[in-house]
Design a protein around this ligand. Structure first.
Ligand SMILES: C[S@@+](CC[C@H](N)C(=O)[O-])C[C@H]1O[C@@H](n2cnc3c(N)ncnc32)[C@H](O)[C@@H]1O
Length: 278
């Protein structure tokens, strides 16, 4: 069933209300149940924990339908794969575990790790899955990769400069990473020559071209209503596709194939694949 544009633009309100509920519930748990009011002052931790609470409750439902050709793109992943922000592994069934020799999931929310490990086992990854407690930003990711043993300064395990991953997947995560341009550039560096990035990210509404001015205004309004605060740092107005393109400069990408899915919505996605030059 096709909804009118303004109805679609109002749907994020439901998610925002749920995130507000989980934020209050997290504060209640910390202050009343755990009796650790000082922990409530660490707002960054509270926000991460509250988003993890929301994702644990709703992540599975929100992963039943994924935009565009994402499933086909993930099914082709092979070799050594890095998944940024895998959450509790809701998209793991979309990969073909038999094609993957090792998979690294960089997930900073500790509360999501038990679900992530359980889903990795359930979907056939066994010992090939390595859950890293870190973010996708270089200052967090690089030490975690070094600790895991995949990244070595001697060159035997590969170095960040040479690239170590055949595939890097960013699914619904670049909206929330800190300093996204630097983070995306860092991920580009970690990709082997000829390696592929799989992208499924919501972005700023392209209202000047194929988007909608109403949806662009809705993005502004939701941001002012506290979307990034209550949604674990998720920003609605990121120019991710431009930053992805810039990450490969000056040599550029061998292939840069991103398409908009729902360009007239308040949460439009870009989905596709990028291939690094050999
Ligand atoms: C919307 S969920 C998406 C989960 C998964 N990629 C999926 O699509 O099912 C966003 C995930 O990114 C994680 N995240 C938040 N900040 C991050 C960061 N700086 N680096 C990597 N992941 C991050 C969150 O903890 C959460 O698990």
């Amino acid at each position: 069933m096709e909804f009118p544009g303004w109805v679609t633009d109002l749907r994020p309100l439901i998610l925002l209300s749920m995130s507000l509920y989980h934020f209050c519930a997290t504060l209640f748990e910390i202050i009343v149940l755990e009796r650790s009011p000082s922990k409530a002052l660490k707002l960054a931790d509270v926000r991460l924990r509250s988003f993890a609470r929301l994702w644990t409750a709703k992540g599975e439902d929100m992963s039943i339908e994924m935009p565009g050709p994402l499933t086909e793109l993930l099914q082709q992943c092979h070799g050594t794969v890095l998944d940024i922000g895998p959450g509790s592994g809701e998209i793991l069934p979309r990969f073909d575990a038999s094609k993957i020799s090792a998979m690294y999931g960089a997930e900073p929310a500790e509360a999501l790790h038990p679900g992530l490990i359980k889903n990795a086992r359930k979907h056939g990854f066994g010992n090939k899955y390595h859950a890293l407690l870190c973010g996708g930003e270089p200052e967090s990711l690089i030490p975690a990769l070094a600790k895991s043993g995949i990244l070595s300064s001697s060159g035997t395990g590969g170095t960040a400069e040479n690239g170590i991953f055949d595939e890097i997947c960013c699914v619904r995560v670049l909206c929330g990473v800190p300093h996204p341009q630097q983070t995306i550039k860092g991920l580009y560096t970690l990709l082997k020559p000829g390696g592929r990035m799989v992208i499924c990210e919501h972005v700023v509404n392209p209202w000047r071209t194929e988007g909608s001015i109403g949806a662009r205004i809705a993005q502004l309004v939701y941001t002012l209503m506290g979307w990034p605060f209550f949604m674990g740092g998720c920003e609605l107005q990121r120019h991710t596709e431009i930053w992805l393109k810039e990450a490969a400069e000056p040599q550029g990408w061998d292939k840069f194939d991103l398409q908009y899915v729902g360009p007239t919505y308040a949460i439009p996605f870009v989905v596709g694949e990028l291939r690094k030059k050999l």
